[in-house]
Write a protein of this length. Sequence first.
Length: 228
Amino acid sequence: MPHATASWLVDNTALTFEQIAEFCGLHILEVQAIADDTAATKLTGRDPIRAGELNQEEIERGQADAEYRLKIQKEPDQVRRTKGPRYTPVSKRQDKPDGIAWIIRNHPEISDGQIGKLIGTTRTTIAAIRDRTHWNIANIQPKDPVTLGLCSQRELDALVAKVAKAAGIETPVDASFAGDRDALIEELRAEREAHVREAEAALAAEQTDAEGTVEDEADKAFVDPFKS
């Protein structure tokens, strides 16, 4: 979950975008987009310290030296599926309703049974959220189940593709992030070109001033031998 980790580092540290991008395996423009909230969706941050991938001392080293490259303490845990119901840690179970609501809102074509297998919940819970009769419906906020750690991006993408194929429809492509990224690239390019023009103009002005000063000094130093 590199984007969620990058979102947490942007919000909670003073690391540079370049440091965050290299640690998370992202392009620096993606980190810039996350920082500017121009990404397609607002990401839920993932704490790499709690995950054991970083410690506070390593972050402080990076904050003290912009050239320092963060060293990961351990690789992210790989999600391994086994037969039978998905086991969800107790700390994550309270997030299930939010993940279910997100899937219902963004992928209504996915059946209750498929949602249950993906997240590891019951049809009764899913139906209650669909019907808005869930006991805690007022506090349920749709959140990406991937960023919540309820499933992997690969599992979610595979299920969406499977359902779309079975229905004989093409998987819709969300170009919003691509558009944001292209706009960001154009904006950065325009700013860079403007800075270059300003620098060139300033340099030309300095050279003109310097040449004028030299000419003035030369005029002052020149003595006409024919003047009495």
